[in-house]
Write a new protein. Structure first.
Length: 167
């Protein structure tokens, strides 16, 4: 049943967010910049261990040409498509492949990925399409990536205790 009683709001609080500043819990628990720029986890592609970039700004999944070559993958050719790569740098995608992706101790996905030059030192980039479909959630506060069935993977470069306040 709907009520016609007016809703009373509490006083609004506003903050001007300046570059480099943080509020609330983050004031005492601010991780090093090197640990918060990107979300990287360890995983495996076709049983070969590697670092995997979880990119919330990407919509597609990409495997580097170099890594595809190391894995000896059979690539499917496509018409070259120009996409906006990391940092807005244009890159071209002209091939795809199917991979077995392992995250955590026992979560395996069969995933179609585009194959392209990603960036120096990055073998695998997983975008939001994968993260939504796979049920991935990221907790930057704790440095953890949660997968279905309560599987948790720690982000690369995070140590236990990084999320605990500094004295």
């Amino acid at each position: 049943m709907c009520s016609s009683t007016p809703i009373r709001y509490l006083t609004t609080v506003s903050f001007r967010l300046k570059d480099g500043e943080c509020y609330d819990w983050w004031e005492d628990n601010y991780p090093d910049r090197s640990k918060r720029d990107v979300v990287m986890v360890y995983g495996a592609v076709n049983d070969r261990r590697t670092k995997i970039l979880l990119d919330t700004g990407a919509t597609i999944n990409i495997l580097s040409y170099d890594f595809a070559r190391k894995l000896g993958l059979r690539l499917k050719s496509h018409k070259q498509t120009k996409v906006s790569g990391m940092g807005g740098v244009p890159t071209y995608i002209g091939a795809s492949a199917e991979i077995k992706l392992t995250l955590g101790p026992r979560v395996v996905y069969i995933v179609d990925v585009w194959v392209a030059n990603i960036g120096e030192g990055i073998d695998v980039l997983l975008g939001m399409g994968f993260m939504f479909a796979a049920g991935v959630s990221i907790s930057t506060r704790e440095g953890l990536v949660s997968l279905p069935d309560e599987i948790v993977v720690m982000m690369c470069n995070w140590e236990p205790g990084d999320h605990i306040g500094r004295s």
